[in-house]
Design a protein around this ligand. Structure first.
Ligand code: PHE
Length: 454
């Protein structure tokens, strides 16, 4: 086997891993899920799940990846002494990556489209309501969706083809700081809007009457989604990690930044919602309907709006390359495919599977899907992945890391290169006793097997 490529620099590794975590999950999904689930309590659950379950899992994945030097299938297989069942868990990660990439790239395609629309100043002389409706028009245009989805897939394929250092690391380092800056500026501006107090109340006031089991499962799934855990991504990135890198510190830093970005995105979006009379529960179009309204009020609309959507495209890209890399790395490793072959065939497969998602706003494919399943093809795939496969994969990973993985190995890997070795015990406790049981509880409650409300 050829020698595994490793990250070039510590900052590059951090930027790439943060780039994987920070993406449409925080900017696009977190705000509309918060809106749909009534705010406050959902946000609180999300934050708690992230700290007590998500970050420990993140750590576990880095440990498993760095120790095994493999992608999920090989890692679960070799760390379990070649058990076929655990190998299947690795395959589950590859599967969920495939499914998520197929519709995630459709959303990223919308952002590419919005970049171009911004260049045309599509908001000029329009009311907030008309600006919002532009999204519906785009969503219902099958050809436009497919076209931008395809363009975005080409971008992902191109970067992953470049490999770990040249492709993934280079772009992440360059673009993450720019995104952070523009996000902070927009958030501060949003805070001056008249709807800000209402937004603050909505995001942070926990209203206990709104607690539902499905909301909890969604908060848990969303926490995994925004962190990129429960799907072998962090494990794969951990396998490119060098021994001198600090595992717990990386997990904590990225977890905290990830939560901050999600909250910042909400602080940026909800004041606009409450100022201009949008609905918090607008659904997946929320980000695209609301942000242009803000840009239209600001000076230099054209530049700001174009830059913003361009950065959304780039954060989506630093995430999709991590999602795609898992699939590519697996095929290279297990079947001895060349990177080129893996990238091309898998890219094509993802694109084909994503077509019905791209056409969800039209009736061009599976016209009765929504009437039968209550969700469009697009939202069905998203729902199954985020609410079921991620928690299930998460619980299996937590169980594996907490109960089966050799204690000495875990400790050695946790401590190696780390200045936070005193966190080993708390982590070992969380991953063994808290994460698996908490996830189990949420899943059982959601599936109706137990009912804690009664
Ligand atoms: N965590 C990233 C995000 O929030 C990317 C991602 C999403 C990774 C879903 C895996 C699954 O956008």
């Amino acid at each position: 086997m050829t020698q595994r490529e490793h990250w070039g620099t510590r900052l590059g590794f951090l930027a790439a891993t943060a780039g994987s975590a920070i993406g449409l999950g925080s900017l696009w999904k977190f705000p509309y899920s918060t809106g749909a689930n009534g705010g406050g309590l959902f946000v609180l659950a999300y934050v708690l799940f992230t700290f007590f379950i998500g970050i420990p899992l993140f750590t576990a994945e880095l440990i498993m990846g760095r120790h095994s030097q493999r992608s999920p299938v090989g890692a679960f297989s070799s760390l379990s002494n070649y058990s076929q069942n655990w190998k299947m868990v690795g395959w589950l990660s590859v599967l969920v990556n495939f499914l998520i990439l197929s519709y995630y790239s459709v959303v990223a395609g919308w952002a590419v489209n919005y970049t171009l629309m911004s260049l045309n100043h599509f908001t000029s002389n329009k009311t907030p309501e008309q600006i919002g409706r532009t999204f519906e028009t785009m969503y219902a245009s099958g050809g436009i969706n497919i076209f931008w989805f395809f363009i975005f897939m080409l971008m992902t394929v191109g970067v992953v083809y470049g490999g770990v250092r040249k492709g993934i690391e280079y772009w992440s380092r360059l673009l993450m700081p720019i995104l952070l800056t523009i996000l902070i500026i927009l958030m501060i501006y949003s805070m001056t809007l008249s709807g800000f107090p209402k937004a603050l109340h909505f995001i942070f006031y926990p209203d206990y009457s709104k607690l539902t089991a499905s909301g909890m499962l969604e908060a848990l799934g969303l926490s995994f989604y925004t962190l990129s855990v429960g799907m072998g991504i962090i494990l794969t990135y951990g396998s490119y990690m060098r021994k001198q890198e600090d595992i717990p510190k990386t997990a904590l830093t990225i977890g905290i930044v990830d939560v901050m970005i999600s909250l910042m995105a909400s602080l940026m979006i909800f004041p606009i919602i409450f100022t201009f009379g949008f609905e918090p529960a607008e659904g997946p179009g929320l980000l695209f309907k609301v942000m242009p309204v803000l840009f239209e009020k600001l000076p230099a609309t054209l530049i700001l709006s174009t830059l913003f959507f361009m950065l959304v495209v780039f954060t989506a890209l630093t995430s999709t390359i991590s999602i795609f890399e898992v699939q590519v790395a697996t095929f290279i490793e297990l079947f001895n495919w060349s990177r080129r072959k893996a990238v091309l065939w898998l890219g094509l497969a993802v694109f084909v599977f994503g077509i019905p998602s791209a056409l969800s706003g039209t009736k061009a494919m599976f016209p009765d899907w929504e009437a039968i399943y209550g969700k469009t093809f697009f939202t069905t795939v998203d729902y199954v992945c985020s609410n079921w496969i991620l928690p299930i994969n998460g619980i299996l990973t937590a169980f594996f890391a907490g109960w089966l993985l050799d204690a000495k190995l875990k400790e050695a890997e946790f401590i190696e290169g780390s200045r936070l070795s005193y966190l080993f015990r708390p982590w070992a406790f969380l991953i063994k006793w808290v994460a698996p049981f908490a996830i189990l509880l949420v899943i059982l409650q959601k599936s109706g097997i137990i009912d804690l409300d009664a």
